[in-house]
Design a protein around this ligand. Sequence first.
Ligand code: KG4
Ligand code: ZN
Length: 339
Amino acid sequence: MTPSVRILGIETSCDETAAAVVEDGRILRSNVVASQEQLHARYGGIVPELASRQHIRLILPVIDEALRRAGVDWAGISAIAVTFGPGLAGSLLVGLNAAKALAFARGLPLVGINHLEGHVYANWVEVDGSPEPQLPLLCLIVSGAHSDLTLMVDHGKFRRIGRTRDDAAGEAFDKVARLLGLGFPGGPAIQRAAERGNPEAYPLPRAELKDSWDFSFSGLKTATLRLVERLRRDGPLTEQQVADIAASFQEAVVDMLVAKTVAAARAFGVPQVALAGGVAANRRLRERLRAECPVPVVYPPPFLCTDNGAMIAAAGYFRFRAGDRAGFDLDVVSNLKLE
Ligand code: KG4
Ligand code: ZN
């Protein structure tokens, strides 16, 4: 029997300090995420300078805790995988430098991971006996900064077919939540408010962008802003109005994401579709895509949709197996693409 390959995954691209141990690309041994949500909530968004300082405070304790919970010591780790982009440069630097220092000190191989590729690999982490996704896979990667439709042709081989032309889906959720006074991060807050609302209460626009796999959310965001301004002329929004706006907005985003993804699944004849990124945690999106897609749809459990180290470790396993190694000159790439 071949010995298990255990990868330590490190993720600090945005506002979560995260580390995890994953065995053979699929078995979750530990997953530690220190969220900075509360630190940034009072500013209504992420403050980059505060994020990097907090990463510096938390990175070593988070890594120690990930090893402790996995019940392994350094001798039991085969390689270190770390996010080197895309993301906030100051945040990425903390995780990357910690990974480099530990790899050097422990004599371990280092593997650099694209954060978006990591999100896709969250689908490989086994939960309740979930099977491995089938390739080629059509991936809808929707996060705070990205809304990409990407074909995963093989391990480590991606071809982006569509992207957002303006705001990312998560960014739109965050901005509308802020507009409605629902707090940060906006996605979960909109989802919660929407549960009590009527998705047909207010007609909001859907950008079609014919003959393209691209998305656009800025028109919807502006229309929602105008709607709120108009309603507020008659006084503060009632709780029901907030719920109705949240539901109508969420439905419009989900309509656009589902329409393009279903059409692309047909056009490219893929055997499966995968959801990835923070917005993949959205319940309505998950339900509607599964109901309307002609092929099976896979998605990670919500705790693996938002940023975490397990997805980086899972992606790291497949790159490590393919012989991919990073040098100590690996630098962060803020605007790294997956294409
Ligand atoms: O992937 P992620 O954790 O970080 C980035 O790589 O950006 O995604 C964060 C984004 C935020 O915009 C957040 O509002 C959104 O994911 N999000 C959601 C939900 N949970 C998180 N959006 C809609 N519904 C949710 N349940
Ligand atoms: Zn992310």
